[in-house]
Design a protein around this ligand. Structure first.
Ligand code: NGQ
Ligand code: ZN
Length: 477
């Protein structure tokens, strides 16, 4: 099969914009949808014109898809001391109602919204494994497969992170009644991983998630980390053998205090002392990190998963972004509870929280890269790709003559006709998009060489939304 050629007026690379970029996309030689050659400053004859401003698609490194269907339903005061923990009770009540078909319908709708907003890969931190009473489904992978099907139907890349959840707190107490459907023992968990891994392909990567130090006893953590060594992988999986490892680490002060009481160490400190943390790891909500933890963690090359809109919504706290970037730490963004589904809003709030705290501006920018938006977008692409375990996040082509392949062809075409972008050039385009782009500027979206969004519309959005509405009407009836 022959390859396809595309031409971008300007395409964004890690070190800035290039003009007249020609993309050659594989139609089957290595894996369909891989970038072959990517060449700046050429006018390819017969190439399909993409548009004026082309950027890599953004990975969403943290999602609990089902929570999208309760967005807005926990914003009424219940208890005068409303907190993360009271929100969690509302969330548990909702989670208890969902079966595989509901989860599939909700996740598919969410993934369509993600694509339209510019996310082309999602890491699904998935812990609704069993039936509500704690018994396994006839197929123990039923809920995981619902997410795999949802991603396939929507056309988004998925890093599925089946999540180990064993105890209800640091003291090892058993799961509460509403947590029973999260349960696994280590063997059952590894069997699920093994089965799912055989499904891997260019769109699907399987990784590991430990829900939190609260939920995973130390011996279980070690058993899983050694159990994944040498686990077989599907031959049709995208290149790169990295199996990402995600964990919720230090979101709430209460969690830091409980960890100190039970383990005599702060959560990040404890993890660094007891686990082989390296570039495979993604520490989600590293919110409560001190200076010494920060220096040690940055040196491991692990990524921190930041979810600014959810962290704000739940009253978590503010991650010390400036110090982390100064230490060359890796970041990515996630929409987590999906109170907002927009990479732009996540990145904007990442910076704004720092401005409000420090009373300065352009905190994330540096001497080497003075554009705040470019630092934010570029960092989140890089760390997000790492946490996803998939070759995405930048336009890297493979040499057709060598047995290596390029990154997946995931790209966004921005709406060059928007008045907002009038008079903008390469020096301020990303800044304008991130800080002022309140109406969506993502016009077309390509994932793995396929158009999934064209002219602001997803290829199957009407049908997917109709099914979502029907499921929600029943759940809230
Ligand atoms: C979750 N969400 O697993 O959905 C969590 C809440 C918990 C966030 N942390 C539950 N944002 O941490 O126990
Ligand atoms: Zn989470």
């Amino acid at each position: 099969m022959s390859s396809r050629q595309f031409h971008a007026g300007n395409a964004w690379f890690a070190d800035g914009w290039r003009r007249d970029v020609c993309f050659e996309v594989d139609s089957g030689r290595y894996y369909p949808g891989a970038l072959l050659e990517v060449q700046p400053e050429v006018q390819a004859q017969g190439a399909e014109a993409l548009g004026r401003w082309i950027v890599p698609g953004m990975p969403n490194l943290h999602s609990h898809a089902f929570q999208r269907a309760m967005a807005g339903l926990a914003e009424r005061r219940g208890d005068p001391a409303d907190s993360f923990w009271t929100w969690r009770e509302v969330m548990y009540a909702f989670a208890g109602k969902l079966g595989p078909d509901d989860l599939r319908a909700i996740a598919t709708q969410l993934y369509v919204e993600m694509l339209k907003a510019g996310y082309t890969q999602v890491c699904e931190f998935h812990y609704l494994h069993q039936q509500a009473d704690g018994k396994a489904y006839a197929d123990p992978a039923a809920m995981s497969l619902a997410l795999v099907e949802a991603a396939q139907e929507a056309g988004i890349g998925l890093t599925l992170l089946p999540t180990l959840y064993m105890s209800g707190g640091f003291d090892g107490r058993p799961l509460g009644e509403r947590q029973r459907r999260f349960a696994h023992d280590v063997d059952g968990y590894l069997r699920l991983l093994e089965r799912l891994r055989l499904l891997e392909n260019a769109h699907l990567r399987i990784g590991v998630a430990l829900h939190s130090l609260r939920a995973v006893p130390e011996d279980a953590m070690h058993a899983v980390l050694s159990g994944i060594n040498g686990m077989p992988q599907s031959p049709s999986s995208a290149p790169g053998s990295m199996m990402p490892i995600h964990i919720h680490i230090a979101e709430q002060i209460g969690e830091v205090q409980d960890c100190l009481a039970a383990r005599n160490a702060r959560p990040i400190e404890w993890l660094l002392d007891h686990a082989p943390v390296d570039a495979r790891w993604c520490l989600v909500h590293a919110t409560h990190i001190n200076e010494s933890e920060l220096g040690r963690l940055a040196a491991t090359r692990a990524t921190v998963g930041l979810c600014p809109t959810t962290e704000a919504n739940l009253g978590d706290g503010v991650f010390p972004l400036k110090n982390w970037l100064d230490a060359e730490g890796s970041i990515g963004i996630g929409s987590d509870s999906h109170i907002s589904v927009s990479p732009i809003e996540e990145l904007r709030w990442l910076e704004y929280a720092q401005r409000l705290l420090t009373r300065h501006r352009n905190i994330s920018a540096s001497e080497a890269e003075p554009s705040t938006g470019a630092v934010l977008y570029g960092s989140a692409l890089h760390g997000g790709a790492n946490a996803s375990g998939v070759p995405i996040g930048s336009f890297i082509g493979g040499d057709p003559e060598l047995p290596s392949v390029g990154n997946r062809a995931d790209l966004l075409v921005l709406d060059e006709t928007s008045p907002l972008l009038a008079g903008r050039d390469a020096s301020n385009l990303i800044d304008t998009w991130i800080f002022a782009g309140n109406s969506n500027l993502v016009r077309d979206v390509m994932v793995n060489g396929d158009w999934v969004v064209r002219d602001f519309r997803h290829r199957d959005e009407a049908r997917i939304a109709a099914r979502y509405r029907a499921v929600i009407a029943r759940l809230h009836a």
